[in-house]
Design a protein. Structure first.
Lengths: 452, 105
């Protein structure tokens, strides 16, 4: 049996999760850490523009530091992560420096590269948007990143060669789990049902605590949310698994939390596409086999698609959001009026925007139009949120200076403005497409720290 | 009338400018009722104010679940949309507020 845990669902997840998991389970086989969402790479691209050594999830270096005492104490847990982002080698060098400073000279760090296909976009590859069918030509000059979702094979090769830490770029999230399974069980590349099972296990743990009661419909019934456990997949040779969590943690693993996560961000459940296999969820059986232990079996697999999914991002101007709290009778009417006044004042000063939005949080703004506005007049408090987006950085910059004045020129009862000015952020559009596998050449290598 | 959350639980998330909502029956018997009554058309009508495209529904009987794909519901998606919920995190909770009238069990 192979035990793989996840300790990061996204770039910004709990920084002490990995150390807590490993302290509770020192003989864990693998930890996976996921840092990449659809547009994370565009943020890394912006960071790399300012600093060529950047372009990866620096948080991961801190995680490695936090694990040093556990490795020193004898844990042999290996790590697979996509923290490399756009600069896996830079990430590996920073990790090696941390390991060297701690005297862990023998740990070997490998990187997987080849997911970056921006050069194909620059060279004029005729790509089509997966959602809209539009050709890429309209945005080609503005494309900031283009990365293929690569599979488990290079991860497995690096682990087989003895890597203790494997750092990848835009590997598909479940592949971080599939890689270790392929090595551990020596599965053949066409063991589709087994690979499908491991893909499901990887999918279940990739969002961290979301498999353990986090984000669940019945969250109020989830015990000890302050100490919620991260998920552990105990994967068997046949690819089936038990989802559980470390002892002594809060949260809950039951049929409901696992089923909810199984269909999280899923399209056709009969055809889940990963670079390692095409998986049917329609044959999966989910059952409780003990307290906080849920068995997941029966996934069936077929060969993966001939093409790989590519996430491209393109520069799309700037935006900013400003928030301020308004309390008192007619709070929502006051908030809307104040929001419109800000936009009008800017227009009078010569600043108009491609898009703007005034929201009154507390009135159902998250799903505007679905929740009746009848209750607005009874609300004593709302958060006014004003957003603008425009190609002109100057115009967006000017907007950020118009929120605070509401304190004196807006309605009585304005508060909550002490957090400073809103910041201007670049907007990156998301542009998914497909690319033939032959155009995506992945490889792996060990990185040396440069310290003897 | 009941709220949908009394007979079902759900989870939503984003894929580009689309979102999915998976709806799960709380009891085995309720899955059949959901399958017959919570159609793609009903869900599409519910989310019309958000500008949703043509809703597609997948049946997942082994999990007693229905998976709905809601195209274009996020107004540009996680990176571009200005609205407070650009990633569809709240859509499951919104659908669970739908008023339904299932038979007493």
């Amino acid at each position: 049996m192979l035990r793989i845990a996840n300790a990061s669902a996204f770039w910004g997840d709990q920084p002490d999760a990995a150390a807590r998991v490993l302290a509770a389970l020192p003989d864990l086989d693998y930890l996976t850490l996921d840092y990449l969402a659809e547009v994370s790479l565009s943020i890394m691209a912006a960071q790399r523009e300012r600093d060529p050594e950047a372009g990866y999830a620096r948080d991961f270096v801190g995680v490695v530091g936090s694990l040093v005492p556990l490795w020193r104490a004898g844990s042999g847990c290996r790590i697979v992560t996509n923290a490399g982002g756009l600069n896996a080698e830079g990430c590996a060098r920073a990790v090696l420096a941390t390991l060297a400073a701690a005297g862990l000279w023998r740990m070997r760090v490998a990187i997987v590269t080849g997911d970056d296909v921006l050069h194909h976009v620059r060279d004029g590859a005729p790509l089509t948007n997966l959602e809209t069918g539009e050709p890429i030509d309209g945005i080609r000059p503005r494309v900031a990143t283009a990365n293929a979702y690569t599979g488990a094979a290079p991860i497995a090769e690096a682990l087989k060669a003895g890597a203790d830490i494997v750092i990848t770029g835009r590997t598909a999230d479940p592949s971080l789990t599939v890689g270790p399974c392929i090595v551990h069980y020596d599965w053949k590349p066409d063991d589709w049902n087994r690979i499908a099972g491991a893909t499901v296990a990887g999918h279940l743990i990739e969002c961290g605590t979301q498999a353990c009661g986090g984000f669940s419909t019945d969250w109020l019934d989830v015990p000890e949310p302050e100490n919620i456990g991260y998920p552990v997949a105990e994967i068997s040779e046949d690819g089936s698994c038990v989802i559980t969590k470390p002892p002594g943690t809060g949260g809950k693993v039951n049929v409901q939390t696992v089923k909810e996560q199984l269909l999280y961000e899923i399209g056709d459940p009969g055809k889940y596409l990963s670079p390692d296999a095409t998986v049917s969820f329609l044959t999966i059986r989910v059952s409780e086999e003990g307290a906080d232990r849920v068995s997941v079996s029966g996934a069936t697999g077929k060969p993966p698609p001939e093409s790989l999914k590519v996430s491209a991002t393109y520069r799309d101007g700037y935006r900013a959001h400003g928030m301020i709290t308004i309390f008192g009778h007619d709070a929502v009417r006051k908030a809307r009026r104040a929001g419109e006044a800000v936009i009008k004042r800017l227009a009078n000063a010569g600043f108009t925007y491609d898009r703007h939005l005034v929201e009154c949080l507390g009135t159902g703004a998250s799903v505007r139009g679905l929740v009746s506005r009848m209750s607005d007049t009874h609300l004593l408090e709302t958060v006014l949120r004003i957003s603008v987006a425009d190609p002109s950085r100057e115009a967006v910059e000017r907007f950020t200076k118009e929120i605070a004045p509401l304190v004196t020129c807006g309605p009585q009862g304005v508060t909550g403005y002490a957090h400073g000015r809103a910041s201007v952020v670049p907007v990156f559009g998301y542009w998914p497409t497909l690319m033939p596998r032959a155009l995506v050449r992945t490889s792996w290598k060990f990185v040396n720290g440069g310290v003897a | 009338m009941k709220a949908l959350h009394e007979i079902a639980y759900a989870r939503s998330g984003d894929k580009g400018s689309s979102a999915n909502i998976a709806v799960f029956a709380r009891t085995p018997g309720m899955y059949e009722w959901l399958r017959e009554n919570l159609t793609a058309g009903v869900v599409e009508e519910f989310f019309r104010p958000l500008g949703v495209g043509t809703v597609v529904r997948f049946e997942v009987p082994n999990l007693e679940a229905l998976n709905f794909i809601l195209p274009a519901v996020l107004g540009g998606g996680g990176s571009r949309a200005l609205r407070i919920d650009a990633q569809g995190k709240t859509l499951g909770q919104a659908l669970l507020e739908m008023k339904v009238d299932p038979p007493e069990t």
